[in-house]
Design a protein around this ligand. Structure first.
Ligand SMILES: C[S@@+](CC[C@H](N)C(=O)[O-])C[C@H]1O[C@@H](n2cnc3c(N)ncnc32)[C@H](O)[C@@H]1O
Length: 277
């Protein structure tokens, strides 16, 4: 049996590689995770262990392999209407407020900023359609670092178990087509969302202004400096009277940002000072 433990040198090499390419901080307890996610890539490349894979990464200039290693270390867990409370807040307060504020342009710009396989963006879109925005000009952008998850998001095709998590049955019937054993978001919805690759640490030039930003369950993977940098950029691309929300386990506590925390129901939204809701 080959020794499969990742050597200290290789562990540091992988931590640095993933941090440099994504901002994701892998602490010293992620040995098992690295083994589990990188061993299949090593095997496919014809080597036995993650140590061998590191040697390969050092020896050959393979951008595809480097990217694949980073993508393998992202956590893409998501579901329709995740945590529900921000969606309740959309329905009760945020969407009615935006409807009033944008009544003349009838245009709404929304960003799902770590979209993963698309469930969040499609959930927002379904709520928009249910809330009387169907004939508005909706600009819905979904971005993620990983091309693999974006390909799935664009396809909008989900297994029974995925639509079984969080998606109300009437919405499944109304907005999805059955395709074999799977369900696909109807084309008229799919074409209303643009999914594109974007690293949140990059300058957000040309993005926004957004009326609504969902940036959920991604900041937890970053260090404080990276989080602050991303939030500072998001502040700039949020409309003066727009709304941002983070994941249930995320907050801006102890962070240096200009956002004001605006609780709506059980959810926390962030707005710019003076943006009375
Ligand atoms: C756990 S998912 C969150 C999905 C969705 N927002 C939700 O809350 O259900 C986190 C996503 O962040 C993406 N991600 C990680 N680092 C990123 C970065 N630097 N820029 C953009 N996306 C990133 C991952 O690829 C992953 O799909």
């Amino acid at each position: 049996m080959p020794n499969t433990d990742i050597s200290t040198d290789n562990y540091t090499f992988l931590q640095q590689h993933v941090y440099r390419e994504s901002g994701i901080v892998l602490d010293d307890s992620k040995q098992y995770l690295l083994e589990a996610r990188l061993t299949p890539i090593a095997r496919r490349e014809g080597v036995n262990t993650v140590n061998d894979l590191c040697n390969l990464l050092r020896a050959v200039a393979r951008d595809d392999l480097r990217r694949e290693v980073v993508e393998a270390m992202t956590t893409n867990e998501t579901l329709f209407f995740r945590d529900l409370t921000p969606f309740d807040a959309l329905k009760s307060t945020v969407l009615p407020a935006l409807k009033e504020r944008r009544a003349t342009t009838r245009t709404l710009s929304v960003w799902s900023a770590a979209a993963s396989t698309g469930q969040e963006a499609y959930s927002i879109l379904m709520y928009l359609l249910e809330s009387g925005f169907a004939d508005w000009n909706i600009r819905l952008l979904g971005t993620d670092l990983s091309e693999q998850v974006l390909a799935r998001a664009r396809e909008g095709r989900y297994m029974q178990v995925e639509v079984g998590r969080g998606l109300p049955a009437p919405m499944l019937i109304k907005y999805f087509d059955r395709v074999g054993l799977e369900w696909q978001v109807k084309e008229e919805l799919r074409k209303r969302i643009r999914f594109e690759q974007f690293d949140l640490r990059r300058p957000m030039v040309g993005k926004g202004p957004f009326d609504l930003i969902f940036c959920r369950n991604v900041l937890i993977y970053f260090d404080l400096e990276t989080k602050e940098r991303i939030l500072t950029s998001m502040y700039r691309v949020l409309a003066p009277d727009g709304y941002l929300t983070l994941g249930a386990a995320e907050s801006m506590l102890q962070m240096n940002t200009q956002f004001e925390r605006t609780p709506i129901g059980k959810a926390a939204f962030y707005t710019k000072p003076g943006n009375a809701r």
